[in-house]
Every structure is written in C-alpha cells, then in structure tokens.
Design a binder for this molecule. Structure first.
Ligand SMILES: Cc1cc2nc3c(=O)[nH]c(=O)nc-3n(C[C@H](O)[C@H](O)[C@H](O)COP(=O)(O)O)c2cc1C
Length: 307
C-alpha cells in the first residue's frame, strides 16, 4: 500500500473538533484515530465517547477501543460498524499506571495468554471489519517484543502501529527505532511507525506509513509539509486556534476550553521561540478573552506588552 500519514489518538487533544478544524485549515491526515473509547459491561458509550464518533463527516476516522474483554470490544465494533465505520483500532499502548494495572493498554502486554484470548475472540467475531492494533514493544522490557510480535503475526491485523517504547518508559527517552527496524525484518504484517516524529523531513523520510502525535500538535502543518506543501502561515494558525477556542467554549464551556487550549499550547509554544513566558501566563487565565489576547499576540509575533 502507498505510504500514508496518520494523526495519532491523543486523549483531550485530537478530539472530534480538532479533527474537523485541522482538516479545514491544514488539510487533515490520511487517517485520524479517536482517543480511546472504553467499552464496558454497560454496553453503552458515554456522552463524550459518542461525540467522538458522531461528528466525523467527510473525514477518514478510526475509532480506538481500550478493553481486555472480547465481548466489550465486539459490542463496540459492531455498534460502530452499524454507524458506518469499517475499521476499529485496539489500544495496546496506553502506559498509564491505572490503565495498565487493570491489564489494559500496555498492561495487557504482560499477559500474553489473555492477549491471545482477546485477539482470538475479536478476530473470530468480526471477519467483516478491519482491525488494526496500536502497540508498545513491551510492558517493562523490549525483550518481551519478539514473543508479542509472534502472537500478532498469527492474526489478520489490518495494520500494526508500533510505538517502539515500553509501557514503563511512559514518554521518556527516545523511541527505539532500531527495534522498529528489527520488526520490519520479522513480520509480514503491514506496519506503521509511530514515535518522536517532530519534523516534516523525518516524516517524509520513512518508506512505511507514519503516525504523528505530539509533533502534529507542535506544528499543525507538519503533514502538509511532509507532502511537500507550505509551512503554517500565521493567519492559518490564528484561524485554527481561534476556531478551536470558540468550538470548545460552545461544546464544553469556558473552563474546560481554557484547559484544552493550554494543553495544545504546551506543544505549540515551541513553534514560537519569541513567546517568552506566554505559556505560563495562559495557564493563569480564567477568562477566554484574557487567554485570547495572549494567544493572538504570540501568533502575530508581537512582543508581549508585559515582557
Ligand atoms: C496527551 C497524550 C494523550 C494520548 N492519548 C492516547 C490515546 O488515547 N490512545 C493512544 O493509543 N495513544 C495515546 N497517546 C499516545 C500517542 O498516540 C503516541 O503514540 C505517542 O505520543 C507517541 O507518538 P508521538 O511521539 O508522535 O507523540 C497519547 C499521548 C499523549 C502525549
């Protein structure tokens, strides 16, 4: 398959709203993945989860599921299939301690028998759906990886997205690209690379499909540039961030909107070496109007009045 560029799932960041605005302003991604949905014994999605899968008109979106229970995964996948989705993604990467302690995300990688039961169950029940997997290369140690890859190899995984860190790395250090290179020699599964792709040059240099997370938040034009397009213009950034703030205010209210915007700026600020302590000042804002004044000034490249 031809190389593609994907936007990573990021809880609180790559939301339904972010996807729509990103697509409109920066041309989007070949595929977006939703932050994880957690199907459980209630057999119902939460309001927030529904929003993630009900507002994806015109985009290629793959809902991501976090569970270790075949029945919960199968219910969610069938529900999503009925909504028109042809692919779902299984999260085997989440490093969070509370998630991993429940044997979910990267936590399930420590229990290969249970992992196999999950994969047996879902692949048997969903022959008409594409199932992709996003995985780390172990829970504690990359010595776990060959055995895990041998398990994945037994299933018709649509795409295996590999973030070559182990769960206990969290986001520290650097992704182990040498393990990804090893992986390419040891499986015939379609692979996607994910981890620490911060520049368009790096993204463009891969000859497999690439998924970018933090790099795409830090530079929303990263994928466009990887395809040979223009860098982000200030007017585009202003429109992008303005539409996000407005959309979040309408959808989740002022306080939550402020938090969402600050989380984006945490990565985006590096694109503005002149920004001084603007990030700290944004964090203290209690009103969107105050936040906007700082954000607009940073984007316009003005020297901030209080510096
Ligand atoms: C704030 C944050 C939220 C994330 N949420 C998810 C998630 O919901 N599902 C998932 O599979 N990965 C999640 N990730 C991991 C990213 O998808 C990605 O694998 C990781 O950041 C490495 O890629 P990058 O270096 O391009 O950011 C999250 C990462 C961050 C920093």
């Amino acid at each position: 398959m031809e190389k593609q560029y994907y936007a990573a799932p990021m809880e609180g960041m790559t939301t339904w709203l972010w996807r729509q605005v990103h697509h409109r302003v920066f041309g989007g991604a070949d595929k977006f993945f939703t932050p994880f949905l957690s199907p459980n014994a209630t057999y119902a999605f939460q309001v927030k989860e529904r929003r993630e899968v009900e507002h994806n008109e015109g985009l290629c979106v793959v809902p991501q599921l976090l569970t270790n229970q075949p029945d919960h995964f199968i219910w969610a996948a069938k529900t999503l299939r009925d909504m028109g989705y042809g692919e779902v993604n299984l999260n085997l990467g989440c490093p969070s301690g509370t998630v991993a302690a429940k044997r979910k995300g990267s936590g399930l990688l420590s229990y290969p028998d249970q992992l196999e039961r999950l994969l047996d169950g879902i692949f048997a029940a969903l022959p008409d759906m594409k199932i992709s997997v996003k995985t780390r290369i172990g829970r504690h140690d990359d010595g776990e990886w060959p055995a895990l890859l041998a398990i994945y190899d037994r299933y018709p995984i649509h795409e295996l997205i590999v973030h070559p860190r182990v769960g206990k790395d969290m986001y520290r250090g650097t992704a182990r690209r040498e393990v990804f290179a090893w992986t390419r020699q040891h499986t015939a599964l379609p692979l996607v690379y994910n981890g620490d792709v911060w520049t368009a040059e790096d993204a463009a240099s891969w000859d497999v499909s690439v998924m970018t997370g933090r790099g795409l938040i830090a530079d929303p034009a990263l994928l466009r540039r990887s395809r040979g397009g223009q860098a982000a213009a200030r007017a585009e950034l202003a429109a992008f961030m303005g539409e996000l703030a407005e959309g979040y205010e309408a959808a989740v209210g002022q306080d939550a909107a402020l938090h969402r915007m600050w989380e984006i700026w945490f990565y985006l600020i590096d694109s503005f070496p002149e920004a001084g302590d603007a990030l700290k000042r944004m964090r203290k804002c209690r009103r969107l109007a105050d936040y906007r004044a700082i954000a607009d000034a940073v984007i316009a490249g003005e020297r901030l009045a209080w510096e």
